[in-house]
Write a protein that binds this ligand. Structure first.
Ligand code: SF4
Length: 473
């Protein structure tokens, strides 16, 4: 395909008949949160403690309100540092460290399970990191045994695991499938050897291809791949070649992340030479090229930076309006309580969020003292719950039905959000939303800009934060 800027018509499209101009992207591409929670994690407070968390768990147990659980386990160890990384990870070659960590995870699981009511089923599990496959087969088996001891999985539970292709072979993938995992997520980022060298993550195409094939052979139902644009040494032409290979590998889902270079916040990123980064113009062209190619290849735009095949569950959820958003991004499962284990894990129980301590020492220390390692969190009031529903529905491009919101929250939407509705005028004029007396709908053209539309309803954005938000592009 011809990717020269001159030949490129500078539009992208979100369905065969919806074209979006570069000027529109420039106008509405705002820096802002990705809304995996509302309020966002940078607003969590130290006043929320272990007691608060246990209080919410107890409320659930006594009220008999037992929605299924989504369990997240953070496994922070990685053998090598990727220079773009913004995750909470520990770089070590000492595999002995994961055994100790597992001891503590088991302690934490036993403590939390003691506060859960009976009949609490688990519909989702996600192992993230770090590198979950830093753990040996025996350790992953031990972890799953522990989880199954404390949590009863539903027969259709989604069990997902993040895979670093450098750490697995055919036997690892078969072992993970044998443990019950049915979803994998591979970090690809970019296949170009120069880009891989510049970010210190060398994983040749044949290595990734073999791991993907092994996961299919092992029977995984859904394979996701993560790509990152905006990395050092990347160009429109080089990313075009990466896309050739990704499309050939044909994953079920593709996440196309924008690299945010924030070296003052993430130490690892100081190892990236700023001069090697593509310009803002190149990034935009890479984004346009990628969305155009993914859509032409038959992938459906789910939202923000996510694409999926038409028959993938995420797209089915988008069509039947059951798509949701949580800390792992888009999900098909609604209203699950989320229980996080491990360092920096985040949870959501009832009208609250919780976040665990980030350092291993603090984590071990809390559990040694018989305390849950909760460091911060948030108690949502009625206004937060209303705004969360509004923002999450917008992030999933779901229409807002004012009548239903008025009934469920005891408000008059048009009066309650009168200032916000005024601020939506530019989105309306640009054809990104349709707003009338009864509803607010994101138009097909507006789906790329849901973050900016959601931000209109975020009351905390006016308050200072320590966080630096990234742009869509
Ligand atoms: S990107 Fe993943 S594998 Fe690389 S250092 Fe970060 S957590 Fe570890």
């Amino acid at each position: 395909m011809d990717v020269s800027t001159a030949a490129y018509d500078r539009t992208t499209f979100f369905s065969p008949d919806i074209e979006i101009s570069e000027a529109l992207i420039r106008r509405f591409d705002s820096s802002g949160p990705r809304y995996t929670s509302y309020p966002t994690a940078d607003r969590f407070k130290a006043a929320y403690t272990e007691q608060s968390y246990m209080g919410y768990l107890a409320q659930r147990a006594t009220a008999g309100a037992n929605p299924p659980l989504s369990v997240y386990v953070h496994l922070p160890f990685c053998e090598k540092l990727c220079y773009f990384c913004a995750c909470n990870k520990i770089i070590t070659q000492d595999h002995g460290r994961s055994a100790e960590y597992l001891d503590y995870l088991e302690k934490e699981m036993a403590m939390v399970a003691g506060h859960l009511g009976p009949d609490r089923k688990t519909a989702q599990l996600h192992l993230g990191g770090g590198t979950p496959t830093f753990l040996s087969a025996a350790e992953l088996t031990r972890l799953m045994d522990g989880l199954r001891r404390h949590f009863e999985f539903t027969s259709d539970a989604e069990l997902g695991v993040e895979i670093d292709p450098r750490t697995v072979n055919d036997a690892t993938l078969a072992m993970l499938a044998g443990l019950g995992f049915n979803r994998t997520s591979f970090g690809i980022q970019d296949f170009d050897p120069a880009v891989q060298a510049a970010v210190n993550r060398i994983q040749p195409l044949d290595m990734v291809e073999r791991a993907l094939q092994a996961s299919r052979n092992a029977g995984f139902q859904s394979v996701n791949t993560d790509l990152i644009y905006g990395l050092p040494k990347q160009s429109v032409a080089s990313f075009d070649r990466t896309l050739d290979e990704v499309l050939r590998l044909s994953p079920d889902r593709i996440a196309l992340y924008n690299y945010a270079h924030l070296p003052s916040r993430f130490k690892a990123q100081r190892l990236i030479h700023a001069a090697d980064l593509p310009s803002a113009e190149e990034r935009l062209q890479i984004f346009l090229l990628s969305t155009r190619r993914l859509l032409q290849a038959g992938y459906v735009y789910i939202g923000l930076d996510h694409f999926a095949k038409p028959d993938d569950e995420l797209n089915k959820a988008r069509l039947d309006k059951s798509l949701h958003r949580n800390f792992q991004g888009y999900t098909t499962r609604a209203e699950l309580d989320m229980i996080g284990f491990g360092v920096s894990a985040i949870g959501k129980v009832g009208a609250s969020y919780s976040a665990s301590v980030r350092s291993l020492n603090a984590y071990y220390h809390a559990l040694d003292e018989g305390r849950l390692p909760i460091e911060r969190g948030f108690d949502l009031d009625a206004d937060d719950l209303l705004r969360r529903e509004v923002i999450m529905d917008l992030m999933c491009s779901m229409p807002l039905d004012f009548h239903a919101l008025n009934r469920d929250h005891g408000i008059d939407f048009l009066r309650y959000f009168a200032p916000e509705i005024e601020r939506l005028a530019p989105f309306s004029e640009a054809g990104l939303i349709e707003l009338d007396e009864t509803s607010l709908k994101v138009t097909p053209k507006g789906r790329l800009f849901v973050r900016g539309i959601g931000m209109v309803f975020d009351k905390y954005l006016a308050q200072p934060t320590v966080s630096t938000y990234s742009k869509l592009i």
